[in-house]
Design a protein around this ligand. Sequence first.
Ligand code: CP
Length: 306
Amino acid sequence: MPPKPKHLLSTQSLKKSEIEEILALAKEMEPYARKEKQGTRMKGKILAALFYEPSTRTRLSFETAMKRLGGETLSVTDASTSSISKGESISDTAKVISQFADIVAIRHSQNGAAKEFSLGSEVPVINAGDGVSQHPSQALLDAYTIKKELGKINGLTVAISGDLKYGRTPNSLAFLLSNYNVKFRFISPKELKMKPDVIVHLNRMKIPYEETTKFEEGMRGVDVLYMTRVQKERFKNYREYERLKNVYVLNKKLVQKVNPKMLIMHPLPRVNEIAQDVDGLKNAAYFRQVENGIAVRMAIILTRLL
Ligand code: CP
């Protein structure tokens, strides 16, 4: 019987040893990610990037990662061009794609879609974002960035700000970092509070956290401020989105006044929540997160296929 494929569906399912393995391997992959070396370990292997929801970074960095490891890629970038639009089930699609590809990265608007896909798949499945649920490769690259920028994860206070209800990166990161000795501050409007499963988990694990609606107060004294955008596409009521979209806006003056040294992160895309005058600060790490994503996704692919 062939071995069970090694999926990556959520950060809750990752053991700390697996996280550490991926972070260490990503460091080794940096020269390949930067094109200083060309990898060959994925020669003859194909990654299928099935993106039924929009993406710039995740799809292109998975494809770049696979190509820089010597592999090849297939892409679906529009649900209307695949037979899912004719009513084919996610599970049947998975059985079919397993005949074409050695590994799959899937993004879908439905919570649990990656899990459903994995049930029909004979090859490893990476959840590249499912509805408001999870985005584990983003959380891994976020953790990698924190460690690379600050030299450690243990002992840090991490503020996660913005849309903690509809965003999938805030909860993915919180679950992942809960493997370390960290303190959390969740900054959000009351309508967009952190998801209850994260709160239940932190209480059970006795991990300290605070919740606040006050942006300035929330970022005071933290080591990391992880900003997120308000997720327009998840709102049923457009006026509610309009009311909440600009509640927190970080600009250079505010950083310099409240916490000039904190590491400023964002999974991107940003909309209005970080002013462009922050980009030039040396502690603004959001474009370096994108760069780190290639090495981290190489490590994710290698840990699934080797
Ligand atoms: N951070 C992130 O998931 O970006 P994309 O939506 O562009 O993939």
